[in-house]
Design a protein around this ligand. Structure first.
Ligand code: TRP
Length: 342
């Protein structure tokens, strides 16, 4: 127990329900969430299914968002997120988050939002230049509300385990917090990103970051056969034609994944040296990587089998009620600070 601060630290994070979780999510953020959940120093931890945010770029596909809301929670439960320790909830079921977003909208400029590098890249990628929805440009403001709504004076900074692409959202959050506190009095707490050493996992194509849209990711719920296929399709060194040829380690996806996931890094170093010298074939390495990933994913596959839709939904409904209570408490302070407490 931390004697200086008897209060638990608050942890808040979430994902958009627009597709299944993949190994990039796992190494970039999910593993950190598990470590926080299971650390001896316990935390007051919340994981949110960001369905409201998912609608900012999927408003034409509500059925998809609804479907992946459940899938996302099944993924969380399968990797070991424990509803006894972590509150899982649905963003839209805590409508006070929208209220807080509305207040925050006044504290940030349009030009500041337009400079957000992650949003800029997404606009490019989705070809939204000509028809950018206001909701999409403003989602970082609603994200600031999601985070700060869970802050507690006694607990200090709010921890946010996320991938590195989310750091610009945390920056905007803290700007809004400082502005709010200056204008209306000290009420909100700042946020701090918790990053993993492998902040960015490449896709099996070796060309882009692993992602849903590029079909280059290994999903947590892929079957054993699909996992094998994907590992055997991985981009390696196109110049490494014969086993005895010296091969390149840099940019070789087998080594990129072994660096991220192999528990025995001594072995990985030995493989690298052998590969660079020549005499080590891709197939041997791919078999090794397959076994590493199968060991990681096997228990996740097994657990996922046991989670029924109705269990996942129950967890979400119960968690949403708890989260809402927590946020309502915070909102009474926010409204008082803003002289809206009639
Ligand atoms: N932007 C995150 C994503 O793309 C989802 C998200 C919404 C989030 N609100 C959040 C993450 C608050 C951390 C904290 O998946």
């Amino acid at each position: 127990m931390n004697l200086q601060n008897p209060y638990k630290s608050v942890v808040l994070t979430g994902d958009r329900p627009t597709g299944p979780l993949h190994l990039g999510h796992y190494i970039g953020s999910l593993k950190n969430r598990l470590d926080l959940q299971n650390s001896p120093q316990s935390h007051d931890m919340y994981i949110m299914v960001a369905d409201t945010q998912a609608l900012t770029d999927h408003f034409e596909h509500p059925t998809l968002v609804r479907q992946y809301t459940l899938e996302l929670v099944k993924d969380y439960l399968a990797i070991g997120i424990d509803p006894e320790k972590t509150t899982l909830f649905i963003q839209s079921q805590v409508p006070e988050l929208c209220e807080l977003t509305a207040y925050f909208m006044n504290l940030v400029t349009v030009s500041r939002l337009e400079r957000n590098p992650t949003v800029k890249a997404e606009i490019q990628q989705k070809g939204m230049q000509e028809s950018l929805p206001a909701g999409f440009l403003c989602y970082p403001v609603s994200q600031a509300a999601d985070i700060t709504a869970f802050g507690r004076l006694e607990s200090g900074t709010i921890l946010v385990p996320v991938g590195e692409d989310q750091l610009p959202m945390i920056e905007i959050t803290n700007e809004i917090v400082r502005r709010f506190n200056r204008l209306y009095g000290p009420c909100l707490q700042e946020a701090k990103g918790v990053l993993s050493p492998t902040a960015r996992l490449m896709g099996i194509d070796g060309q882009h970051k692993a992602g849903k849209s590029l079909n280059n990711a290994i999903y947590l719920k892929d079957s054993k056969e699909v996992l094998r296929e994907k590992v055997f399709q991985m981009y390696t060194d196109p110049g490494h034609i014969h086993v005895q040829d010296p091969g390149k380690v840099d940019g070789n996806m087998i080594f990129h994944y072994l660096d991220a996931f192999a528990p025995d890094q001594e072995q990985v170093r030995a493989f690298k040296a052998h590969y660079e010298k020549g005499g080590l074939g891709d197939v041997v390495l791919k078999k090794y990587l397959f076994s590493v990933l199968e060991t990681l994913l096997g228990p996740i596959w097994e657990k996922r089998q046991t989670v029924r839709d109705q269990d996942a939904m129950e967890v979400l409904m119960h968690g949403s009620k708890q989260a809402r209570q927590r946020v309502q408490e915070k909102m009474s302070h926010v409204r008082a600070a803003m002289q809206l407490d009639y």
